[in-house]
Design a protein around this ligand. Structure first.
Ligand SMILES: Nc1ncnc2c1ncn2[C@@H]1O[C@H](COP(=O)(O)OP(=O)(O)O)[C@@H](O)[C@H]1O
Ligand SMILES: [Mg+2]
Length: 305
């Protein structure tokens, strides 16, 4: 059974818990404990000044299941001072796996996060902190107003279809280089600036020899799961929510599958067959999302847009 099938629950519906994973929030006090300890261990990098938790400018990290937060040297800091992103893992192995994945992604020529000189820190009672340099002007595809326009609208092509096509090409390019992501939701498709993608949230990423990827069925399973996650995540953000399934399928084919195949021309042909199963999963998810979106638009017109 492939990874994509196994992410669906028994009645065939996609497992929504993957989209809204239980938040594992740190208490504010715990963030301060991490900052205090990092002030000591990262001291050399920050000329021994104290690091404090940033309470503003954390936009985007609200999409974080790990409750990523940012720390920076105290206010006498100079403009060039580094700001760090802190991601807490319960288990050392998971933190180390993500760090390895960042290194491997970089080796394969992908833009990704920049680990701090000392990237892994154990904090008593809190866990293992992976420290990376904060990427400025970082946005994710979650921030696109997917529900706001439809195929045929004047702005649909530039605001919706074009970014989707470039995201799909990016995912295909990752797969072409033997990398599967493992959690390819829109919130994990980051870009700086828009249109230039950055790989991150790589705890579940896997790397294989790119030459062998086309023959590796497990790899193909994971690749199709990435595309499936991206499409179901689009549905959940309201992409084409009030259009027919047929129009939805046409747009997904045009903006996700076709650009994907354009880039991964040497992909195993099995992938192509399985796009149909992605559409089936997405249609089931649409039935769930449609009433939700309709209600949202009806009750809170001011919130939309
Ligand atoms: N180095 C960084 N620079 C800027 N933003 C970051 C950085 N690391 C994480 N983030 C922000 O935190 C969010 C969550 O990080 P991610 O690695 O996806 O963890 P999670 O597993 O919690 O989703 C990202 O979507 C991004 O907005
Ligand atoms: Mg994430």
């Amino acid at each position: 059974m492939g990874a994509f099938e196994s992410s669906a629950s028994r009645d065939g519906r996609w497992d929504r818990s993957r989209l809204s994973r239980e938040r594992d929030k740190l208490a504010p006090g715990e963030k301060d404990i991490v900052a205090a300890q990092l002030s000591r261990t990262l001291g050399a990098l920050t000329r021994r000044r104290r690091l404090s938790v940033l309470t503003s400018g954390n936009l985007g990290s609200k999409d974080s299941a790990h409750d990523v937060f940012f720390i920076k040297p105290d206010s006498d800091g100079k403009p060039g001072d580094p700001t760090f992103a802190c991601k807490r893992f319960r288990k050392y192995d998971n933190a180390a796996r993500e760090l390895d994945a960042i290194d491997m992604a970089k080796e394969r020529g992908f833009r990704t996060l920049e680990p701090a000189k000392m990237p892994l820190h154990e904090v008593d009672g809190i866990g293992h902190i992976l420290v990376t340099h904060q990427l400025p002007r970082f946005s994710t595809l979650n921030q696109v107003g997917w529900q706001d326009s439809y195929a045929g609208d004047v702005t649909y092509e530039s605001r919706i279809a074009a970014p989707l096509r470039s995201a799909s090409k990016f995912v295909a390019n990752m797969h072409r280089h033997g990398i599967t992501h493992g959690d390819m939701q829109l919130k994990n498709l980051g870009q700086i600036p828009p249109g230039r993608f950055v790989l991150f949230d790589l705890e579940g990423a896997q790397f294989v020899d790119p030459q062998a990827a086309a023959e590796d069925l497990d790899f193909q399973d994971r690749a199709i799961a990435d595309v499936g996650t991206m499409v179901v995540s689009l549905v959940d953000r309201g992409y084409m929510w009030s259009s027919s399934d047929r129009m939805f399928a046409e747009e997904v084919t045009r903006n996700v599958f076709d650009p994907y195949l354009e880039v991964s021309a040497n992909t195993n042909p099995e992938i192509v067959e399985r796009f149909e199963s992605i559409l089936d999963e997405a249609k089931l998810e649409r039935q769930h999302v449609h009433p939700q979106m309709a209600q949202h638009v009806y009750r809170q017109p001011a919130m939309v847009g």
